[in-house]
Design a protein around this ligand. Structure first.
Ligand code: UT7
Length: 340
C-alpha cells in the first residue's frame, strides 16, 4: 500500500441524537459497542462524492501520476443502482476514465476482499497500480428505530493505492464465507419483493399500509457468536500464510464492528496487550467496507501507528464473510481527512 486517503462526512451524530428515535440510552450504546459518535452524509454528500473524495486524497497522498493507475475497485454494499455499477463513474470523477473499474460487494469484509484482489492483479501483471476504495452510506437503508442496527452504522470512505514494491507488503489473503448463516445480516426485502409490494399498494386501497423503506437487519448476538469462533482461526491462518509471527505484529486493525468483539479477538489471538489496536469506531461508528482504511488513516494521522509498520488486518460481516492480510502500513497522509 503506497498511500492512503479518507473522507469523513461532515455531520457528526452523537448517541444522544440517535436516542431521539431509538429506544436506547447513550450509555448502553457506548458500553455495548464502544461508539460515542458516528458520521452521516448530509447536504450534497453521496456515495459517489465520498468515494471520489477518498480516492482523490489517496492519489494526492501517494504522489502518483494518475495515468499510471490501471484499475479501480470500489468495495461497497451501498451503491443503489445495479446498473450501471459505481466504479466506472467514480473513476471518471477522478480523471481516470477508461481504466478497468468494477464494484466488489462482500459486506463489511469488502475492503479485505478488494485489497487481496488488487495485490493479486499486480502480482499477475494485470495492472501495475490499483486504486482500492472502501465506501459506504449505511444510513440510506437504516431504520432509525431498529435496536439491532440504528446505533451502530455510519457513513464514510477510505482508499489506498496499491502498487509494486521491493519487499512484499501484502500477504496472501485469508478469506472465507458462511452462506448457511448469511441471513444473520440481510436486507429485509429484495428488490423484486419491494417492487411487487409497491405495485400492490399503488394508491387504490386506502387500507393498504404505506410502503416502508427497504432496511438492513442484523441478528447481532448470532454474528457476535460466529465472529468469536471463526475469526481467531482466520487470524491464526493469516499469520501462518504470511510467515509472520504474533510477536512481529506491530499494529492490529480489525473491522470496526464492535469494540467488545475486537478486545475479545485481540485476547483470543494472544497478541501482546500493548500492541496498538484500531478504535476508530468510537467516533466513526461501523462503516462496513470503509472501516479498515478509515481506521488505518486515523491511526496514522494521530500517530498511534506509523508508516512501514507490520499490521494485521481483518474484515468480516455480511455473507457471513471475512478477509484478512498481514500488510506493511502506508506512510501517514499529507492530506488527512480530519485535524488530529
Ligand atoms: O459489521 C458487521 C458485523 N457485525 C457485527 O459483528 C455485530 C456483532 N454484534 C453486535 O455488535 C452486538 O450484538 C449488538 C451491539 C448489535 C447488540 O449487543 P448485545 O450485547 O449482543 O445485545 P443483545 O442483543 O444480546 O441484547 C442484550 C440486552 C437485551 O435485554 P435483556 O433481554 O437482557 O433485558 C436487549 O433487549 O440489551 C437489550 N438491547 C438494547 N438495549 C438498548 C438490545 N439492543 C438494544 C439497544 N438499546 N439498541
Amino acid at each position: 500500500m503506497l498511500g492512503i486517503g479518507a473522507y469523513r462526512p461532515q455531520r457528526v451524530v452523537s448517541n444522544a441524537e440517535v436516542c431521539e428515535l431509538l429506544e436506547s440510552t447513550p450509555d448502553w450504546i457506548f458500553e455495548r459497542t464502544g461508539i460515542h459518535n458516528r458520521r452521516w452524509i448530509s447536504g450534497d454528500e453521496t456515495l459517489r462524492s465520498i468515494s471520489a473524495g477518498a480516492g482523490e486524497r489517496a492519489l494526492v497522498n501517494t504522489g502518483i501520476d494518475r495515468s499510471k493507475i490501471g484499475a479501480l475497485i470500489l468495495c461497497t454494499s451501498s451503491w443503489l443502482k445495479l446498473t450501471p455499477h459505481g466504479a466506472p463513474t467514480v473513476a471518471a470523477d477522478l480523471g481516470l476514465n477508461g481504466i478497468a473499474a468494477f464494484d466488489l460487494t462482500s459486506g463489511c469484509g469488502g475492503f479485505g476482499y478488494g485489497l487481496g484482489v488488487a495485490a493479486d492483479l499486480i502480482r499477475a501483471g494485470s495492472a501495475e497500480y490499483v486504486l482500492v476504495i472502501g465506501a459506504e452510506t449505511m444510513t440510506v437503508g437504516l431504520d432509525p428505530t431498529d435496536r439491532g442496527t440504528a446505533m451502530i452504522f455510519g457513513d464514510g470512505a477510505g482508499a489506498v493505492v496499491v502498487g509494486p514494491s521491493e519487499e512484499n507488503g501484502i500477504s496472501p489473503t485469508v478469506w472465507g464465507s458462511d452462506g448457511e448463516n448469511a441471513e444473520a445480516i440481510a436486507q429485509d426485502v429484495d428488490f423484486l419483493e419491494y417492487m411487487n409490494k409497491a405495485q400492490e399498494s399503488q394508491g387504490t386501497d386506502p387500507a393498504v399500509e404505506p410502503l416502508g423503506r427497504m432496511s438492513l437487519r442484523m441478528e447481532g448476538p448470532r454474528v457476535f457468536r460466529w465472529a468469536a469462533v471463526t475469526l481467531p482461526r482466520a487470524l491464526a491462518s493469516a499469520l501462518e500464510v504470511s510467515g509472520v509471527s504474533k510477536e512481529e505484529i506491530e499494529v492490529f486493525v480489525p473491522h470496526q464492528a464492535n469494540a467488545r468483539i475486537n478486545e475479545l479477538m485481540k485476547k483470543n489471538l494472544g497478541l501482546a496487550e500493548d500492541i496498538p489496536m484500531a478504535n476508530d469506531i468510537e467516533n466513526t461508528g461501523n462503516t462496513s467496507a470503509a472501516s479498515i482504511p478509515l481506521a488505518i488513516e486515523e491511526m496514522l494521522v494521530t500517530g498511534k501507528a506509523k508508516g512501514g509498520q507490520t499490521a494485521l488486518l481483518l474484515g468480516f460481516g455480511a455473507g457471513l464473510s471475512y478477509a484478512g492480510q498481514v500488510v506493511t502500513l502506508p506512510p501517514a497522509p499529507k492530506e488527512p481527512s480530519f485535524d488530529a
